[in-house]
Design a protein around this ligand. Structure first.
Ligand code: HEC
Ligand code: HEC
Ligand code: HEC
Ligand code: HEC
Ligand code: HEC
Length: 230
């Protein structure tokens, strides 16, 4: 079970120093973290309101791009959840009558000017800094962090989101990188990332090899504490 003893544990002495600087809380948190398996919340899948939202139908079968709804994901730290107006565009009165019943909750929210109370799936603790924008512009796909969303009727947490998970990629990012214009093309990405690294970009597209993608990074993924905690 390699996840239990990640390599960053070598820096445990630093935890004490950080605790001394930032008060006791972080140091105590560190001990807690130490005994916590890193796959803690994988599979977390809260019940969503109404008939829920089906990514397999919308992003998979209908082929809608992630950014149609999560429109700020490339420019912002946070990926927005679309407002009911976005849904209403297709599920308004008299439209798509074959799914009229299942989408009644959309029109009800729209007409009463309330938002649909979607329940949050992925959540980092407040003391962790994370930005979608910097990862997407570096060529890290949604697939690497959220799994094959295009095949999911209901979103569940695919990865642990633990510190060792972040650092595993930061230490060796090259095999996780894809061309930046492909980050939301999750079917392509899954196939690409399942190829052995030395075969990627082999057929005359050298600029797509893992090494070339690594060299195109703006800077190295950080491993220093201050990059993610401040
Ligand atoms: C038609 C709009 C729409 C499209 C297109 C769409 N999403 Fe979503 N997405 C939503 C809504 C609504 C939610 C909130 C409900 C839920 O979690 O199922 C959501 C939730 C999510 C979540 C979980 C957020 C949380 O609470 O942690 C992830 C991750 C996600 N989407 C990724 C994607 C990816 C990746 C794509 C493209 C392959 C995509 N979405 C395409 C509407 C959309
Ligand atoms: C671009 C148009 C479009 C948008 C935007 C859209 N939908 Fe849909 N939705 C469809 C279509 C088309 C179907 C029917 C698919 C089918 O017949 O299999 C559907 C089906 C559904 C269903 C029934 C399918 C099921 O069994 O789950 C629900 C519920 C639903 N949509 C909710 C939403 C919500 C909530 C939003 C906003 C976050 C949304 N849709 C945004 C086009 C859209
Ligand atoms: C490097 C990993 C990574 C990538 C790449 C990534 N996400 Fe996320 N995503 C996360 C983490 C971590 C969170 C929780 C963030 C928090 O709690 O601050 C999250 C949260 C979300 C949420 C919930 C709202 C929010 O932003 O906090 C949505 C929606 C979402 N991601 C959609 C996407 C979509 C769509 C893509 C691709 C276009 C994507 N993510 C790419 C790691 C990633
Ligand atoms: C699959 C690979 C991958 C995962 C997983 C990942 N990262 Fe990164 N991260 C990168 C890459 C690549 C960069 C370099 C981006 C650049 O070129 O600046 C980066 C850069 C960063 C940066 C510096 C840029 C900025 O936004 O300030 C921070 C901070 C960061 N990551 C935090 C996190 C955290 C927190 C997690 C876990 C919740 C995480 N990352 C998970 C690949 C990853
Ligand atoms: C790439 C981003 C990243 C870097 C770099 C990083 N951390 Fe973290 N750290 C995280 C994330 C994400 C969590 C939340 C883990 C969770 O919720 O399971 C975390 C949690 C922690 C916690 C709290 C543990 C808990 O379970 O409450 C401590 C203490 C900590 N980190 C200390 C450090 C120290 C010391 C360093 C430098 C050696 C460091 N971190 C570097 C991302 C990072």
């Amino acid at each position: 079970m390699p996840g239990l003893f990640p390599r960053w544990m070598n820096v445990l002495p630093t935890l004490g120093a950080l605790g001394a600087m930032g008060g006791g809380t972080l140091a105590i948190g560190g001990v807690w973290y130490y005994f916590t398996p890193s796959f803690w919340e994988v599979g977390y899948m809260p019940i969503q309101p109404g008939s829920g939202f089906n990514h397999q139908i919308h992003a998979g079968k209908l082929g809608m791009d992630c950014r149609y709804c999560h429109s700020s994901v490339e420019e912002s730290r946070i990926a927005n959840i679309p407002s009911v107006t976005t849904c209403y565009g297709c599920h308004g009165e008299g439209k798509l009558q074959n799914v009229e019943e299942k989408t009644a909750f959309v029109r009800e929210a729209y007409e009463t000017d309330t938002s649909i109370p979607w329940r949050r799936v992925h959540k980092l603790p407040d003391y962790v800094q994370f930005s979608h924008q910097s990862h997407l512009s570096a060529g890290v796909s949604c697939f690497s962090c959220h799994g094959q969303i295009k095949g999911l009727p209901v979103v569940a947490q695919a990865k642990s989101l633990s510190m060792s998970w972040c650092l595993d990629c930061h230490r060796n990012p090259e095999n996780n990188l894809v061309p930046t214009d492909r980050v939301t093309d999750l079917i392509w990405v899954e196939e690409w990332l399942s190829m052995p690294p030395d075969e990627r970009g082999a057929d005359g597209q050298a600029q797509m090899s893992p090494q070339a993608l690594l060299e195109s990074l703006r800077r190295d993924p950080p491993e220093n504490c201050g990059a993610c905690h401040y």
